[in-house]
Write a protein that binds this ligand. Sequence first.
Ligand code: URA
Length: 435
Amino acid sequence: MFNILSFIETKRDGLHHDEASLKTFVSALLDGRVADYQASAWLMAVYFRGLDDDELRAFTLALADSGRRVHFPPALQPVDKHSTGGVGDKTTLVLVPLVAAAGLPVAKLSGPGLGFTGGTVDKLEAIPNFQSHLPLERFVSQVASIGCAVSGHSLDLAPAEGRFYSLRDVTATVPSVPLIASSIVSKKLAGGAGGFVFDVKCGDGAFMDDLEKARYLARALVDLSRSHGKRSLALVTDMDQPLGRWVGNASEVLEALAVLQGKGPEDTRELCLILGGAMVFLGGRARSLEEGRDLCRRLIDEGKGLEKMEQLLLAQGVSAEVVAAPHRFLPKPSKRWDIRADCSGWLCRLEARAIGEAVKVMGGGRMRKDDAIDPAVSVELHRKRGESIETGDLLMSLHYNDEARLGDGKAFLRRAFTVGEKPQKRPLVLDRIID
Ligand code: URA
């Protein structure tokens, strides 16, 4: 019989779990033989003691196998992409259709926003009638018919991961590399893709705020994927300022569409080309990352990515009228508050986290799990880090509806930037790890 006390003691004392006991532990949490407080105690023991490679592999497998798995026919073998979460990160909205336009199937399972970071599902739900949760069979058949699909995680994929995640969220055990890696890779395995590109965000707007930790997580994700027979590639990318010029659900959809139209802000376009190139390379449609990047750029220039996006929206319930002119139908805020520079210099700090928090408190994110979101809330960044500023220049605008929350939003934005005497820049891609 499974003895949860001695199981917790094993990790508390820094000893090794075998594969069978990890498997039993995971199923015992799901069927109620293990209580939440016991699983929480184990999570804290892992936070301090870690998991060795064999334990990590076995725990990840047990999570992935705790529910259904998606199976794609061998000829389809899609690639998937995962970002560890950031502010203004709308790359998934560009990459899914863009990479599919390169002839590589993309099956993207996404989550809602976590904390101050935005989630793809919340962004897509800003589009009237977008069906964000597809039944698994429909998800697979859409990938087969149009080459791509995006769906929120269904509850029957890796359900144990969801249970552990909600316990970690309330027991201060989220920032543990083995727990993050197993959480991400188990969901990717259950999602059935043949290869994964990981975008590990690094900076004040990410779970990993320093480069060493971000590199360590990137390496762990690639090694763990390989131990499960999956090819992967990880990029460590900058999240010390938001990506793009807009943060907030509806505005990010429009910014992603602008990138697909060959416009949009330079950093967003560049990161999409790099990540898209990596996906295309991993899926065997390009011989190098550079060739993949060039292919993605061509597909944008020829309007192929945008065409695929339109197919995707139509397939997931959006009307032709909305697809033809999304900017007319996406929710718009009624009010605006501006911040102007009170001195000249260079914008040397633009805190992603404070900006993400501002959007969240204004109603653009959730304070509690079941809060409704106001998709119209956004922050518009008129200046980005490294740009020069004159006194009186417009720095940021908060677009919102709910006047009662304005004080909180202003407080976050007022401390989100610093004007200094020297320009400061940081590269978009800080490191890459290729399997
Ligand atoms: N994203 C996940 O899916 N899991 C984590 O643990 C952290 C970020």
